[in-house]
Design a protein around this ligand. Structure first.
Ligand code: NI
Length: 135
């Protein structure tokens, strides 16, 4: 662990303190570390070759023929590893599925796009985290 001193405008610092208090941080150091981690993670996700983990969240039409089969088929990809998936029967018509993936950013994005664009998928969201920054 290293100590660093930084110069910062007092108004900017006041805004920062207000923000991190609202978010529940008990000190600036922890907030700075998290912000830096987030920034490094975001930067890394710009590179399609870097490794990441991702959560793909979809809501889909339970009655769409063949969709479940197609979803499973896509998850048996040989370039992206499906770590896990969870299925919830939301109501008579809708299913929620959360699919956790690990692989190269570019491949994850491609696979996630394939999933979200399947006919019958009503809502889709993909969240990536650079896996080197996840520790
Ligand atoms: Ni279901």
């Amino acid at each position: 662990m290293q100590r660093v001193g930084i110069s910062i405008d007092s108004r900017l610092l006041a805004g920062f303190d207000e923000l991190i208090t609202r978010q529940g941080y008990s000190n600036r150091s922890e907030a700075f570390r998290d912000i830096i981690r987030q920034k490094l993670s975001d930067e890394e996700l710009q590179n399609p070759q870097s490794t990441a983990v991702a959560a793909v969240i979809i809501v889909y039409d339970h009655h769409q023929a063949d969709l479940a089969k197609k979803l499973t088929g896509i998850q048996h990809s040989n370039v992206v590893n499906t770590i896990s998936s969870m299925h919830v029967h939301l109501d008579l018509h809708n299913c929620l599925e959360v699919i956790l993936l690990r692989g190269k950013v570019g491949n994850i994005q491609k696979l996630a796009d394939n999933i979200v664009s399947l006919r019958g998928v009503r809502l889709g969201r993909v969240n990536l985290v650079a896996s080197e920054q996840a520790e």
